[in-house]
Design a protein. Structure first.
Length: 450
């Protein structure tokens, strides 16, 4: 996936917080801009590493606290010739022992960029009394495929080779903190006062722990199913957001009294910033970076929140799964997400490869469009979202497809994932003109003309 890794200039002097060697560092300051969206970097660590057989110092600036587990995995990846990876957003600066910036890499949301040379970036690092301090910056650069820029500062304890952070504390019970939400939530320019917020665990999505945040005008604290009832206007205008522990959003339902479409999904229009789940609470920011247009109307959110959230119950813990590792030599420095403007690599042939024209759809599937360039299938149905999901699930099961993770099904939008041998489907279903619109992202199907 591609990263537009720009970091906005931070004006004024940076206030850096001292780090104790027994605690994860909170010793950085910076703001990363990814695809014209700003991400604050408020945590930092530094550790010795080896890149291309050269001993170096890596400085990681992140929007979330960096765990010992994440550091351990990244150190192993670098040892095997791969790339470090932390909870997003993050920026990694690789310095020579003498203090020169040699490489940098970054990621935020669903996009990332691999290690690249310093180029127009400049930086300096000083090691003293077991700590590293310094700065790095790059003016806006539009010579490459993506415009990039950054300006960051850091002051952190240096973890020597073989050293690591202390084990991360296990999440405890919900903190005794008052749920609060402040900011704006607009529909067609009209503000709705969000006054109540709560956080809850939900079933895993994509085999990862998942939570839901519920924001409403009226108090919903005593409701047993606030995420369900909020979407039907029980508590006035509402916003229901499903996301992972790292702040990656995979579901968003908008219900605003000023909108003609009272309940709809707007995945991809909203993101988190400074998101953190720790110490029995979840906090951060939600923003659309200005008005977002959906169905010819506009909605906008920009709020800060905090809500208690204890450790995940057993019934919502994902099943243990094996992590797949990609060979670093096979991984390109930059890859692009599949959209209707990018071309996918041809899938490898399989003995039982299903032709896309034989893929099971709904009986009333209309306006079926097979987009061979990006391997997408689009069609419409007169049934509602939940009915379409039920029929598709049954038809695909008969064809030998099995679930790949937990389905996300709501009246506003749904996401289904299915697998069959080496083939995979990601299905998006959303309401349209009294019926539904379905978009299927396919992998491993045959697209030759029958």
């Amino acid at each position: 996936m591609a990263l537009v890794a720009g970091i906005a200039f931070i004006g004024g002097s940076a206030t850096l917080f001292a780090q104790e060697t027994s605690k994860p560092a909170k010793a950085g300051e910076g703001t990363m801009m990814l695809q014209d969206k700003n991400y604050s970097l408020t945590h930092a660590i530094a550790y010795e590493t080896t890149i291309n057989e050269e001993e170096m110092i890596a400085v990681v600036l992140s929007g979330q606290a960096i765990s010992s587990e994440d550091l351990k995995k990244s150190q192993q990846a670098e040892k095997d010739g791969g790339f470090a990876d932390f909870k997003r957003p993050f920026l990694i600066l690789d310095f020579a022992k003498a203090g020169q910036l040699k490489f940098w890499s970054a990621a935020a949301g669903g996009t990332s960029i691999g290690r690249r040379g310093a180029g127009k970036a400049t930086g300096e690092l000083k090691v003293q009394d077991g700590r590293v301090s310094g700065k790095a910056s790059q003016p806006r650069d539009t010579d490459g495929m993506f415009a990039t820029a950054f300006d960051v500062r850091f002051d952190a304890a240096l973890l020597r080779a073989g050293e690591s952070l202390p084990p991360s504390k296990k999440p405890g019970p919900a903190a005794n903190v008052k749920p609060t939400v402040t900011g704006v939530f607009k529909g067609n320019g009209k503000d709705a006062k969000l006054a109540s917020v709560s956080a809850h665990w939900r079933e895993p999505f994509s085999d990862k722990p998942s939570m839901v945040l519920v924001f409403t005008e009226k108090d919903h604290s005593k409701d047993k199913k606030p995420d369900f009832n909020a979407g039907f206007g029980k508590f006035g205008s509402a916003l229901v957001v499903s996301l992972h522990e790292d702040g990656d959003i995979f579901g968003c339902e908008v219900a605003h009294s000023a909108l003609k479409h009272q309940n709809f999904s707007s995945i991809g229009k909203i993101r988190t910033n400074n998101f953190e789940y720790a110490d029995g609470q979840v906090k951060g920011e939600l923003t659309t970076d200005g008005p977002a247009e959906v169905f010819g109307e506009t909605w906008e959110v920009n709020v800060k929140f905090v809500a208690p959230l204890g450790e995940i119950p057993k019934e919502f813990q994902p099943a243990a799964s094996k992590e797949t590792e990609e060979e670093a030599t096979d991984k390109p420095a930059i890859t692009e997400p599949t959209t209707e403007l990018t071309e996918k690599a041809a899938p490898k042939p399989a003995k039982d490869q299903l032709n896309v024209k034989d893929l099971a759809l709904t009986k009333d599937a209309a306006d079926v469009d097979y987009k061979a360039l990006v391997e997408h299938v689009l069609f419409k149905s007169k049934a509602n979202v939940k009915s379409v999901c039920a029929e598709l699930s049954a038809n695909l099961k008969t064809q030998g497809w099995t679930k790949d993770g937990t389905d996300l099904i709501t009246a506003a939008s749904s996401i289904l994932k299915r697998k069959r041998g080496d083939a995979a489907l990601t299905i998006f279903v959303k309401p349209e003109n009294g019926g539904s619109q379905v978009q299927i992202f396919t992998e491993g199907l045959a697209w030759d003309e029958k």
